[in-house]
Design a protein around this ligand. Sequence first.
Ligand code: PMP
Length: 293
Amino acid sequence: MIDFSKLKGKIYFNEKFIDNSKAKIHALNHSLHFSASVFEGIAIYDKKPLFEFDHFKRLQNSAKILKLDFKLSAKQFSKINAKLVKHNIKSNGYIRPIIFRTSHSMSPDTTYCKSSIAIACWSWGTLFNKKSITLGISKWPKLNRKIFPIEAKSSGSYQSSVISRIEAKQQGFDDCIMLDNEKYISETTACNIFWIKNNIVYTPSTDSALNGITRQAVIRILKKVKVSCKIGKFRMKDVLNADSVFLTGTAAEVQLVGKINKTDYSLNNYIFDIIKKNYDLIKSKSLKRLSSI
Ligand code: PMP
């Protein structure tokens, strides 16, 4: 467990590199009250960010959707990250940029609020840190594109995920699957979901799920190694019938699922092994862009 308020090292905070301990916001911060910040998570392998350009583009788009100002160019963003990595990381880690509003309103009216940016960076491993995890099924529906701009990685879209993760852990699971309001499979609380059945890989479309950068990397890997990947709308019965199930995410990488509720899944699947091998190779090359796969 890390107490992030006690992180050592430097953070980028509104155009300055300052000590982490000094990066404070007021209790009456607009984004804290109205959940309208946007953020990213970028993995660092051997001191180099993976898919930095794609994370930059998603952050830029998320800020545009949430009407926050984000003025950094891709080059400036990259330079800041390189400086933070140099200050804070010995080998592997994580970069967390967040854009949020100042404290100039205590209502949804943002006329007088300005946009702030913080970019933190710390040493880190993988999210689950075990060979396989268990999933429950959340009772809370995931928001979809028709009612919320879920293509933005914004704090507001995580409310049902946070409650769902608390409940999943109370029930003894590591995480849970979230369904949309029509009971189609969406994703888990912070990862995209894939499954393998008879040598075909399946994953839900992004109507109610974040289009994860790791998800996009895996889809590109599958195309490259000529394994069929079907993207669409699926029900729980489709996953429960699968041979193997795995999650994707920057922090989780490619993560096997051993159990969903009471159903067990194989941890030995040669297609999963091919995906993992290729993903590990991509990590070792520290690709800047998904398009280089
Ligand atoms: N879905 C959600 C809700 C997430 O929070 C994340 C983590 N960013 C993902 C999927 C995976 O996205 P990525 O591969 O870009 O990390």
